[in-house]
Design a protein around this ligand. Structure first.
Ligand code: SAM
Length: 472
């Protein structure tokens, strides 16, 4: 029944294969010969299968675990260097017809205030985001064919890309909307979106159906096959994720990797990103109602193992997590983070009064973008607002070949430095600017190709003189 290339959810995420992988993991987790062989394979930097990675997840030998963490750090360093990409979510509407038990937007929640931004309100929100320094957004909407039709989403994207405000510019809009049709994915592609993101929530079909009792999202196959339709519609950067806490983490972990394997096998390109959200407290939602919550330690282990299992896939962590967890996660594999997020509709322009709660979940990291940047720089990470790849058409397998050819230091590194310089010139506090400029000077030396290094240095000087938007 399990068929990695099948286009049917129940075949590429076959329940019996997930369970067989978990059994294989239990049978081998204490067999150090097997564990060592898997770690040796992972060292080659070409990834692991869901079965192999599941063995490492089940293994609780401290020494082996430390080897895995060291390897995750190494792979992170080799493939992503010290750059961290920043983005912000933008909530456009919280109207929703679904009944998701973990989400405050669920249709039966009558005390949350329902809001949908007008195009003028979107402009206001985006200008507030631009004034912080953001260049990449992920737009978020509830599912509601009447209030949030695809035309509304497309109009919003057009509005966002066309805002001219000081030196600000949103250069990449990622989209996190409910599973939709090939035709609608094609429209999103034509509108110039970056990544299409859709969290699976849970891969366990039975739990999925219980957690989504009503609304179009109830359909497990339609939801799980969404990325195949997105790819059919021409979107080749797709972002996966599960909502940790709903189901057993071991099941989710194996199935998530099976999904990545499926995309690679069926379309020749794996997921562009994987997100690792954990269920949070929200209006009408108590996370302890779901009994599969994971500890910070297990969360870190999962992040490290995703890093090792799919080295070419970017990993995202949001402000659902606080500073300490994010710091550890950055070390172990995360390559993208959100900063200064508001999860309420309209929350950037105007902080929402508490009694008017339209937020999706409580944010744990409430620092400003400048504070987040200052923190990253202090930790030795280069904050990046780069959007060059997708604007240069390096998406899907072309992006993957950039990674595989190890040209990242000649491409991503100068792009990161140039976008950081823009931030420092336009939005940074004194202290962040001072630290950031010193970092750029040092990091420039890391660009191996002399010609690229010289051109980058020249562009950095031109940015000081007021020019913007250079890229390799
Ligand atoms: N409505 C869209 C859909 O159906 O996929 C996606 C947008 S929703 C705004 C983004 C994600 O937030 C959801 O996919 C879910 O994983 C996550 N989410 C929902 N409730 C949450 C909660 N209480 N804590 C943390 N994350 C939550």
């Amino acid at each position: 029944m399990y068929d990695v290339k099948s286009m049917k959810a129940e075949e590429f995420i076959a329940d019996e294969e997930v369970r067989a992988a978990l059994k294989y993991a239990d049978d081998n987790k204490d067999n150090m010969e097997v564990v060592d062989a898997i770690i040796a394979k992972a060292r080659l930097g070409k990834g692991l299968t869901h079965r192999e990675a599941s063995v490492l997840l089940a293994c609780d030998n401290e020494e082996k675990l430390q080897e895995v963490y060291a390897l995750a750090r190494q792979i992170k360093e080799d493939y992503y260097g010290n750059r961290i990409v920043l983005f912000a979510p933008l909530y456009l509407s919280n109207y929703c017809v679904n009944g998701c038990l973990y989400c405050p937007y669920h249709a039966k929640n009558k005390h949350i205030s329902r809001k949908k931004l007008t195009q003028d309100e979107i402009r206001r929100e985006v200008m507030a985001l631009q004034d912080m320094g953001h260049k990449r957004l992920a737009i978020e909407l509830g599912e509601d064919p009447v209030n949030n039709p695809i035309e509304y989403v497309l109009e919003a994207i057009d509005t966002i890309y066309n805002i001219k405000h000081k030196n600000g510019a949103i250069r990449r809009v990622n989209v996190n909307i409910a599973a939709t049709t090939v035709e609608n994915y094609r429209k999103l592609k034509d509108a110039g979106i970056g990544t299409y993101i859709l969290f699976q929530e849970t891969y366990n079909k039975e739990s999925y159906e219980q957690l989504h009792p009503t609304g179009p999202k109830h359909d497990y196959a339609y939801h799980t096959e969404a990325m195949d339709r997105a790819m059919e519609g021409g979107i080749d950067d797709v972002g996966l994720g599960v909502l940790f806490g709903l189901e057993s983490y071991r099941y989710e972990f194996a199935a998530l990797l099976m999904h990545a394997e499926h995309l690679e096998a069926a379309h020749g390109v794996g997921p562009h990103t994987i997100s690792v959200p954990r269920v949070k407290k929200a209006d009408d939602i108590d996370p302890s109602a779901f009994d599969n919550g994971i500890s910070d330690e297990m969360f870190e282990k999962i992040i490290a193992l995703i890093r090792v299992a799919v080295p070419y896939t970017g990993m995202i962590i949001s402000t659902r997590e606080g500073k300490a967890v994010r710091e550890k996660a950055l070390e172990l594999g995360i390559s993208q983070i959100s900063g200064a997020s508001r999860t309420s509709v309209g929350g950037y322009y105007e902080e929402e009064p508490e009694e008017d709660n339209s937020a999706q979940f409580d944010v744990s990291d409430r620092r400003t973008l400048d504070e987040v940047l200052n923190w990253l720089i202090t930790l030795g990470y280069v904050p990046s607002f780069c959007t060059a790849c997708y604007r240069e058409g390096r998406t899907g397998d072309r992006f993957m070949s950039l990674c595989k050819s190890k040209q990242i230091l000649n491409c991503c590194h100068p792009n990161a430095l140039m976008t950081l310089k823009e931030y420092l010139e336009d939005y940074a506090s004194e202290d962040t600017k001072k630290k950031g400029l010193a970092m750029i000077e040092e990091e420039l030396k890391k660009i191996p190709n002399e010609k690229v290094r010289k051109v980058a240095a020249q562009h950095l000087a031109e940015i000081s003189e007021g020019q913007r938007d250079f890229r390799f």
